[in-house]
Ligand binder design. Structure first.
Ligand code: KIV
Length: 274
């Protein structure tokens, strides 16, 4: 009997970068092993986003997500997938202070989850950190435009780049992060033509979420895309299914059967040995 382990062929970070200008990169968020397993055959990249704070933990922003939460969910998603490139979001406060702190925490994420890289929010101010991480072996995905970890500075979750100065700043942010060595850049909630301009201006893939169809790839929060998160729905979300409604209907049927004592039926009950 062969003891050779089945070799998994995960999409690599260089393969994601090589998709610049090519076939669009299909990405979604995942936080758990069972969801990762369902999504894995259909996507190139799974992001263990800090949106877990809102979607899984019921927080009203992403700020309460801790490094341990990111690591535990990252590990689950790596376990539940074998094809997608898994990237883990660095939580607020785990990387902004210094490149050294960012490296320490990013290394923990990489070692303890087995993921392929990390994502950080920020533009020119984070370029030095991106260089520091990449030079030390940590692939970095950037994130510009709407930066949910800066919601308190921005005063809310608002679309970005609506005036010329703001648009220019976001373009410079994307260029700085790409030049620093990011392997791709998430562009969130910016006016459509800015997302297109950024995509043309940088030589690594842009992953749009509220960007433009011209981006090199797209990402959505899975629970938004399948109708499982109803607290609020940003303009950029398309619901491809209404799974939350389906769950509601299934559970209502279950409640009816429990109350009527029609569940469990004979086929769900154990008998004696014959
Ligand atoms: O945290 C997250 O899920 C993200 C995506 C929205 C890109 O950053």
């Amino acid at each position: 009997m062969s003891t050779a382990k089945k070799k998994s062929k995960r999409v690599t970070v260089p393969e994601i970068t090589a998709r610049k200008g090519g076939e669009p990169i299909v990405s979604l968020t995942a936080y758990t092993a069972p969801m990762a397993k369902i999504l894995d055959p259909h996507v190139d990249l799974l992001l263990v986003g800090d949106t877990m704070g809102m979607v899984v933990y019921g927080m009203d922003s992403t700020l309460g997500v801790t490094l341990d939460m990111a690591i535990n969910h990252g590990r689950a998603v790596v376990r539940g997938s074998e094809h997608a490139c898994v990237i883990v979001d660095m939580p607020f406060g785990t990387y902004q202070e210094s490149p050294q702190l960012a490296f320490r925490n990013a290394a923990r994420i990489m070692v303890e989850t087995g993921c392929s890289g990390i994502k950080i929010e920020g533009g020119t101010e984070m370029a030095e950190t991106v260089v520091f991480l990449v030079e030390r072996g940590i692939p970095v995905m950037g994130h510009v435009g709407l930066k949910p970890q800066s919601v308190n500075v921005a005063g809310g979750f608002r679309s970005q780049g609506r005036d010329a100065l703001d648009a220019e700043n976001i373009l410079q942010d994307a260029k700085a992060i790409a030049k620093a060595g990011a392997f791709s850049v998430v562009v969130e909630a910016v006016v459509e033509d800015l997302a297109t301009t950024i995509t043309k201006a940088i030589d690594v893939p842009t992953i749009g979420i509220g960007g433009s169809a011209a981006c090199d790839g797209q990402i959505l929060v899975t629970e938004d895309a399948i109708g499982m998160f109803s607290d609020f729905t940003p303009k950029f979300v398309k619901q491809f299914a209404q799974i939350g409604d389906q769950i509601g209907r299934a559970v209502a049927d279950y409640a009816v059967e429990v109350k009527a004592r029609t569940f469990p039926a004979a086929e769900h009950c154990y008998g004696h040995k014959k």
